[in-house]
Design a protein around this ligand. Structure first.
Ligand code: HEC
Length: 112
């Protein structure tokens, strides 16, 4: 009877775990566009870059274009008070975010 209860609890716990939606984890060796890159751009850039006026950064193709041209990485690595610094009027992305963007570019900026 004790064993029965033990297995029932084990079963119940494993069911609960199975129902949890896995949280996507950003792998810094192979940064995924959708998990790592897009959220950085969405949260820091798209408020101003949602049209072609200052450069569209809303989708993979446009982000890749600015990554390939080096323009994006150049702008985010300038000093905060340097002309052309991005995000304009904001504070520098943290080093981890900058490193992810560099790594993604070096991996060929895949749409993954
Ligand atoms: C507060 C508004 C604002 C935010 C936020 C912002 N930008 Fe900009 N961005 C601008 C404006 C205005 C320009 C045009 C002036 C210039 O080139 O410096 C620009 C220009 C650029 C350009 C050059 C576009 C071109 O076609 O020459 C790039 C690349 C860029 N931004 C990247 C970014 C990135 C990456 C982020 C987020 C980390 C970001 N920006 C956040 C306003 C913003």
């Amino acid at each position: 009877m004790r064993f029965g209860l033990f297995f029932f609890i084990l079963f119940a716990i494993s069911c609960t775990y199975n129902e949890l939606t896995p949280i996507p984890v950003c792998n810094s060796d192979n940064p995924s566009f959708s998990i790592c890159i897009k959220p950085i751009i969405d949260n820091n850039c798209v408020s101003c870059h949602s049209s072609s006026v200052h450069g569209d950064l809303t989708d993979y193709a446009s982000i890749k274009q600015y990554i390939d041209s080096e323009e994006l990485l150049d702008r985010i690595q300038r000093d905060e008070n340097e002309v052309g610094f991005m995000p304009l009027g904001g504070s520098r992305l943290n080093q981890q975010q900058i490193d992810l963007l560099i790594k993604w570019k070096n991996n060929g900026a895949p749409n993954n």
